[in-house]
Design a protein around this ligand. Structure first.
Ligand code: SAM
Length: 332
């Protein structure tokens, strides 16, 4: 059952994700010049075990690759696009895209999270020259709604509880910030799993309906990263571990296998959807030179455990096209 404590435990998962990212950066797995500015120095901790660093690497590289392909696709279609990140927490993706070679493809980037998380992030942005400079001139950055929202030319940070009915909680805050006729990518990195399946289904449904009304002009892409297949023995260990920290994962229940994951999108009429476990990504999509490079960063003792963990996390991605798009031109 949920209560203020359970929500606090869910918000805490953001600090865990950010510290894992910082650890992977410090150990040389990934590059991210922005993450340190989003974590208070007092919270810095010793680096994480190799297993966590490798998991963070595979997670990060998979989502980076899909987002990069999305931006390339939009560029080829001669259109700008929007990205909406649900449960964005301390994610730095906006800063990485907007300082990268495809910043011109990004029309707007919206992040949503609980008010506490948003307030903390808005303060960190205001305090950091490095973060705010990427948003534009100081006058163009506006903190609104008593600190629970921040707006700039492209980047918008908004508060909500994603479990509430989207028509009453999302629609009013997205009003005027999202265009119905632009390609839009929905990012759900480790967030839907904390909600009941009916809530996440209502969210996807709301976005599908929102863009359907633009008729023949739009495309809704979506990427979900999260745990699945927790019915087996190792899954139960993972669940128990989280339960001891007051975190439950109702969103994982409907997905016992990797094959069941694309249903999250196909059920809403997506044109196509795919899923890969992080274990498959590591085996098939990470180059030998990268694996070799990582093997020199630190010694991995827990090879068996790494494989078990990576088999319980997956990336699911898909798109619903409202305009003619050759399937192979996006994530084909
Ligand atoms: N997406 C970020 C990442 O991958 O680094 C953060 C992931 S963190 C594990 C989960 C985030 O989802 C937290 O910031 C949490 O506050 C947010 N979240 C979970 N349930 C939510 C809800 N019902 N409404 C708004 N935000 C929620």
């Amino acid at each position: 059952q949920r209560g203020p404590d359970a929500d606090g435990a869910i918000r805490q998962t953001d600090t865990d994700a950010a510290l894992a990212r910082l650890s992977a950066v410090k150990k040389g797995y990934i590059e991210d010049p922005f993450i340190t500015h989003l974590i208070p120095r007092a919270q810095f901790q010793p680096t994480r075990p190799p297993l966590i660093n490798i998991g963070t690497y595979v997670r990060s590289k998979s989502i980076d690759a899909l987002v990069e392909q999305w931006l390339e696709f939009c560029e080829q279609q001669n259109t700008v696009c929007q990205i909406v990140s649900l449960g964005a927490g301390s994610d730095t993706r906006f800063w990485r895209i907007n300082t990268g070679p495809r910043s011109h493809v990004l029309k707007s980037y919206l992040e949503l999270d609980f008010p506490d998380v948003v307030t903390r992030k808005a303060m960190a942005i205001r305090k950091s020259k490095e973060l705010s400079a990427v948003l534009g001139s100081p006058e163009s950055i506006v903190v609104a709604s008593g600190g629970t929202a921040l707006h700039s030319a492209k980047y918008h940070l908004l508060s909500c509880d994603l479990r509430h009915s989207p028509s009453s909680s999302l629609a009013p805050i997205l009003d005027g910030l999202l265009s119905q006729s632009l390609p839009t990518l929905l990012l759900c990195e480790c967030v839907l799993v904390y909600m009941a399946p009916e809530s996440s289904s209502a969210l996807v449904d709301w976005f599908v309906n929102y863009f359907s009304s633009a008729q023949d002009r739009s495309i809704l892409g979506a990427i979900v990263y999260e745990m699945f297949g927790l019915q087996d023995a190792f899954g139960q260990v993972m669940l128990n571990n989280l339960q001891s920290r007051n975190v439950s994962l109702p969103g994982a229940a409907p997905y016992p296998t990797v094959e069941s994951l694309p249903e999250r999108f196909t059920r809403h009429g997506f044109t196509f959807a795919h899923a890969l476990t992080l274990s498959e990504v590591r085996e098939k999509y990470i180059s030998h030179s990268e694996l070799e490079r990582m093997s020199h960063l630190e010694l991995l003792d827990e090879v068996e455990e790494l494989n078990l963990v990576l088999k319980h996390y997956a990336i699911t991605w898909g798109a619903k096209t409202f305009m003619p798009v050759h399937k192979s031109s996006l994530w084909g």
